[in-house]
Design a protein around this ligand. Structure first.
Ligand code: NOJ
Length: 776
């Protein structure tokens, strides 16, 4: 993407710009109105190519729906799971009968060309109307070839790489009969205790919105009827990441302003990119479970945003409206869900068991059922399934597609780009080609299952992943030996069984690569923690390894920010590798040896300790900011025992080279309604290696009708610079890019004074800003 196009994308982070309008069209829209336009939504979303109305399709669906019984319609609203045994896929006997009777229209967790063909045959040959099944699956960060976990990919800040990962995932998944992925997860997450922080794009609204678009486009391409694309799902709608105390599935109680300004924009970005489906979340919002929320599913999603696809629940989340205390029984829960705007019931069988009666007794209208059925059948039609229900179940394509060398290459490339160099004192890294003897130590150093992280559902956990030990051993000219040394199991805290062996290996080596962090399933669903420390006895071993005096490099593998405060003070080099995927071991070796110069930047703040959570860079200033007091002042907003600053800031990450930033300059001192302002800075590679840098644009709105964050990301660009090379990076802002939910709950910008930084991380807001005003 060239610079000018990238700049036009600035609005996608908020509700500001919808679609890819040109700057010209925006300016014109504002200039032609007589009153100054301070609203944010000045143009309609661009319709994705697939969404164009198709008269042929409408005729076909009218006719089909006209023939369907109420029971058959409810069948189309039902999604049931398949199972997977060690011997391969299996289907519960009752579910097979449901397929054959037309009581289920979609199946998830079923894949491979052969198996989906078998199930499809039951639907197409066995049912009265021959409506094909839709096959969904959690293809989250790769299908067979596994890429880094989603949070890791986000750390690349590389939209092409992220889109590529989704593209490869779609190619592999669709070759195995899958039509629909339950991805991307676009939940903003700011609490490291929450295990599902690993599944999203981190804490930031703007970065998260850009990534949401890249992923949706990667999965769906421009043409849903192409056999190598799949339907994407924006999930979990909404505010799932704001669970109280970081405990999964817990209550969410945030203001509508926070919902709209922080949690909704990535969902809106997914709609603007043409996402085909939405998934509801497990949590309640404002006292109403998301699957029963007319406010979320109809008022916002359909009426405000014009979403045209279908909505599926999360797993049994209609049923869960009973324990939530929102429905007295399942029948009522189903009625509440359908009337709120849920089209498809995942695994709960609530619609299946109750909806016919609910319609017959008048608590749900036929029209609402018909609307939901049509939305689902439309997607089947757009995928081409009515033309050929078996078009995704192609054995030859499956064999030719899975684990293609180019996919493995892409996985290695994205993994390298996702890694974040957190510390490199004394240039311990990169390791010299003649590094001598390397000791790989730690429970994650040679563990295949851990390499691919959680939600790698179709991934091979046992044989394919390349471990870090294997990646390093594949290098010529070095000797690499391994000792596990420690354990990440919680129960092993205090044990020292493997220490002696590990310490002996360390002492006989030239450098220690300690590979530590969390077990793969300590993040993901239902994996919240109340400590962010290294689990098990890893910390104790790390301290003893450092005490040997050998240079130690800590390679972290984890799906959340860990409070590695001791390591930051005592270990000379730290590389965060997340869970890097099938090719992860090679990718880590590439970075450790400098074949790839690390370029990742943190998409989440790393707290000093768990007590700081939730923490994010775009906090409010408060009436008593710590900077206003004398050092140590008591009555300011602070902790008695921990600084306010985090361990590592959002946007932070080092390189093997260094970059210098000129002060930011502005094209004008002020911007008017309908105008724009361009901020520029010159970035110079001041080191001795070529390297990439993520140049970040932050803005602060000093005074608003409601208080504004101390800084907000409004743009970024990843550039490559040779040693000594300089490049001027420019960002063009429009008033709409500064929009927020104002005091009266309208969305738009306000005149006033702004500060601006072009910086290597969010930390730079401590430095002198450029300033501009925005006037009507
Ligand atoms: C529950 C998870 O919350 C959701 O993300 C996933 O897509 C579904 N289960 C289906 O597996």
């Amino acid at each position: 993407m060239n610079r000018s196009v990238r700049n036009l994308m600035l609005g996608v982070g908020g509700l500001a710009l919808a679609g890819c309008a040109t700057a010209g069209s925006l300016d014109q829209a504002a200039q032609t109105s007589s009153a100054p336009d301070r609203s944010a939504v000045s143009i309609a979303p661009a319709q994705p190519a697939w969404a164009a109305r198709d008269a042929e399709m409408d005729r076909f669906l009218d006719e089909l729906i006209g023939k369907m019984t109420l029971e058959e319609k409810v069948g189309q609203l039902t999604l049931l799971t398949s199972d997977w045994e060690s011997t391969g896929p299996t289907m519960r006997e009752g579910y097979k009968q449901d397929i054959a009777a037309g009581r289920v229209g979609s199946i998830f967790n079923a894949y491979t060309a052969g198996y989906t063909r078998e199930l499809q045959k039951m639907a197409v040959e066995g049912t009265r109307l021959k409506i094909p099944l839709l096959f969904g699956y959690d293809v989250i960060h790769g299908h067979r070839t596994i890429f880094p976990i989603s949070l890791g990919e986000a750390a690349s800040w590389d939209m092409d790489a992220i889109e590529k990962s989704a593209r490869v995932s779609a190619a592999e998944a669709s070759a195995e009969g899958i039509h629909w992925t339950f991805s991307p997860m676009v939940d903003i997450a700011r609490d490291a205790r929450w295990g599902r922080i690993s599944e999203g794009a981190g804490e930031d609204v703007y970065l998260g919105s850009r990534i949401a678009r890249a992923r949706v486009h990667g999965y769906q391409g421009d043409d849903l009827s192409a056999v190598d694309t799949v339907l994407a799902t924006a999930k979990h709608f909404a505010a799932y990441g704001a669970a109280q105390a970081g405990r999964d599935y817990h209550t969410v109680d945030i203001s509508e302003r926070t919902l709209r300004d922080t949690y909704l924009p990535p969902f809106k970005a997914a709609v603007d990119e043409g996402v085909a489906t939405f998934m509801t979340s497990f949590n309640e919002y404002d006292g109403v479970p998301a699957s029963g929320s007319k406010f979320l599913l109809t008022d916002v999603l359909r009426d405000e945003w014009g979403f045209d696809g279908f909505v599926v629940t999360d797993y049994t989340s209609i049923n869960e409206m009973v324990p939530h205390g929102y429905a007295k029984d399942l029948a009522q829960a189903g009625e509440q869900a359908l009337n709120a705007g849920v089209d498809m019931d995942m695994q709960g069988a609530v619609y299946m068991e109750n909806m016919v009666k609910s319609v017959e007794e008048g608590r749900v209208s036929q029209a609402s059922v018909d609307r939901a059925v049509r939305r689902i059948l439309e997607m089947k039609y757009r995928l081409g399934l009515f033309e050929d229900p078996y078009r995704y179940a192609d054995q030859a394509r499956q064999e030719a597609t899975l684990y293609k060398p180019e996919f493995l290459k892409a996985a290695r490339d994205v993994a390298r780009k996702s890694m974040v160099l957190l510390k490199n004192e004394g240039n311990v890294l990169p390791l010299a080609a003649s590094a001598g003897k390397i000791a790989v130590i730690g429970p994650l150093g040679n563990s295949k299952p851990d390499m691919i992280g959680s939600w790698a559902a179709g991934g091979d956990r046992q044989t394919r992943p390349v471990t870090i030990l294997e990646g390093l051993q594949a290098r010529e000219g070095v000797t690499v030996e391994y000792a596990k040394g420690a354990s990440y199991e919680f129960a092993d805290q205090g044990k020292t069984d493997g220490f002696a062996e590990a310490l002996a290996l360390a002492k006989s080596s030239d450098v220690v690569v300690a590979v530590m962090g969390e077990k793969w399933d300590m993040t993901g669903e239902a994996a919240s923690r109340t400590s962010l420390d290294l689990p098990g006895n890893q910390q104790a071993l790390l301290e003893q390894l450092v005490a040997t005096g050998k240079p130690v490099v800590l390679v972290m593998m984890s799906g959340r920010p860990n409070s590695i405060t001791w390591a930051n003070e005592n270990v000379p080099a730290i590389l965060h590798a997340w869970y890097p995927g099938t090719q992860g071991g090679h990718a880590v070796a590439d970075v450790l040896f400098g074949d790839y110069n690390p370029s990742g930047k943190l998409p989440v703040t790393f707290p000093l300790n768990v007590g700081q959570a939730p923490i994010h860079y775009d906090m409010k200033n408060t009436g008593r900011p710590i900077e206003l007091g004398e050092p140590g002042a008591k009555y300011v907003s602070r902790y008695l025992n921990t600084p306010n600053d985090p361990l590592y800031r959002f946007g932070y990450g080092l390189s093997y080279t260094s970059f210098g930033y000129s002060p930011a300059t502005l094209s004008a001192a002020s911007m008017v309604a309908g105008g724009s302002i361009t901020a520029s800075a010159t970035i110079t590679n001041t080191g001795e290696r070529a390297g990439e840098e993520v140049v970040q644009l932050y803005v602060r709105d000093l005074v608003g009708s409601v208080t504004r964050p101390v800084q907000e990301l409004k743009g970024f660009e990843k550039i490559m610079l040779q040693p000594g090379e300089s490049q001027t990076v420019s960002f063009t802002l429009h008033p709409q890019d500064l929009a927020f939910t104002r005091a009266d709950m309208s969305h738009g910008w306000e005149p006033g004074e702004f500060q601006l930084w072009i910086a290597p991380s969010s930390g730079a807001s401590a430095s002198a800003p450029a300033t501009f005003s925005l006037t009507e």
